[in-house]
Structure formats: structure tokens, C-alpha cells
Write a protein that binds this ligand. Structure first.
Ligand SMILES: [Mg+2]
Length: 195
């Protein structure tokens, strides 16, 4: 039950927030990925906390550790925000990932033990732990109907990663599945936003 309810919630909450999702989709450059995000500019715009998705945003799907260029970006972000203001909000907070962060970015925290995105629980917990209003938290995610939607539901800021990291050579079937899923989400949002 618990493993699928967040998917159904993606469609029902997604329909409810369809216009904001459409706006987000229309406003996002097709080639946007994490390296296009300027941590200093985000900080200047009033973002005080970053909530980062893992799969697709920091590495290809199912990868154990972030890609080197994502690590470099996180180091730049840590300099602006402080590591204690950066959270990993993944629906797959595995022990391996947790351990990698404990060793490389000990101040950054994993959010776990909450209902999966698009439920707003993880972002609410982020706000409580960081002691900031939800409106100053930016959720960076490559999925419209999970992370970006969670941000809209919670009253946080969504940042849609339109060109996620994919490693077809590494896990071809999983990557193909998620590639189709992301495209399907965009189709869903475009279809329902006119209702
Ligand atoms: Mg993802």
C-alpha cells in the first residue's frame, strides 16, 4: 500500500497543482541541469536552504555516489549556504549514499522516515530541522510529479531539472523506464493543464 500511494498522490495532487506545474515546465530551459544553477544567485534571490534529490540530479539512476561535477557543485553551494542548510531529499536514501555523505559532506543531512515525495512531509521536516520558512527552501528535482510537486504542495520553491544525469550504459532498462516516466509526466502536465 505504502509503496504505491505516492504514485497515485502524484496524479491527484498533480492534477490539483496542474497550472503551477505547467508554468514550471514552460519556464524551464530544455537543457537545465544542476550545473546551470548558480548557488550565489539562488542565495541572493532569498533561497536559504537547498533540498536536493539524488537520482538524476546528482548522478544517474541508482548510482551509489554523486558524479564528480555534482560534487564540485555541492562544494560551491556549501560555501554559500553552509552544509547544515543543504539536505538530501531522495525517495531512496540508501545506506551507501548516507555513508558517502557522512564521509564527504558531514554537515549535510539526509531526510528519511517520511512519506515519499510528492507528499510534503520531507520538505516540512527540512524546514523544521533548518529553522526556516518553507518559502525559502528550494527543492531541486528531475521529476515533476514527485519532487517538484512536493515543493508546490509544501509551499516551497520547485526547481525542475529538465536534463537529468542518465547513464544508459550502466543501467539501460532502469534508465529507459525513468526516461519514459519523465516524458510521461510532461505529457500529463501538458494535457491536464488546459482543463
Ligand atoms: Mg530524481
Amino acid at each position: 500500500m505504502g509503496s504505491f500511494s505516492h504514485i497515485l498522490a502524484g496524479f491527484s495532487l498533480g492534477f490539483h497543482h496542474r497550472r503551477d506545474l505547467r508554468q514550471l515546465l514552460d519556464d524551464t530551459q530544455p537543457n537545465s541541469n544542476i550545473l546551470e544553477l548558480d548557488p550565489g544567485a539562488l542565495f541572493s534571490s532569498g533561497v536559504t536552504v537547498l533540498a536536493l534529490d539524488f537520482d538524476g540530479v546528482l548522478a544517474g539512476h541508482g548510482a551509489a555516489v554523486p558524479l564528480p561535477e555534482a560534487v564540485a557543485w555541492m562544494k560551491r553551494s556549501e560555501a554559500f549556504f553552509g552544509g547544515d542548510k543543504i539536505f538530501i531529499l531522495s525517495n531512496k536514501p540508501t545506506n551507501g549514499r548516507r555513508q558517502w555523505f557522512a564521509e564527504n559532506f558531514p554537515a549535510m543531512r539526509f531526510i528519511s522516515g517520511v512519506r515519499k515525495k510528492p507528499y510534503p512531509d520531507g520538505l516540512k521536516k527540512t524546514g523544521e530541522l533548518a529553522g526556516v520558512p518553507l518559502s525559502s527552501i528550494m527543492m531541486v528535482d528531475d521529476r515533476l510529479l514527485t519532487g517538484c510537486l512536493a515543493a508546490l504542495v509544501a509551499g516551497a520553491r520547485p526547481c525542475y531539472i529538465r536534463r537529468p544525469y542518465v547513464l544508459f550504459s550502466h543501467r539501460p532498462l532502469a534508465e529507459l523506464f525513468f526516461w519514459l516516466l519523465r516524458a510521461g509526466e510532461r505529457t500529463f502536465v501538458r494535457m491536464v493543464s488546459s482543463f
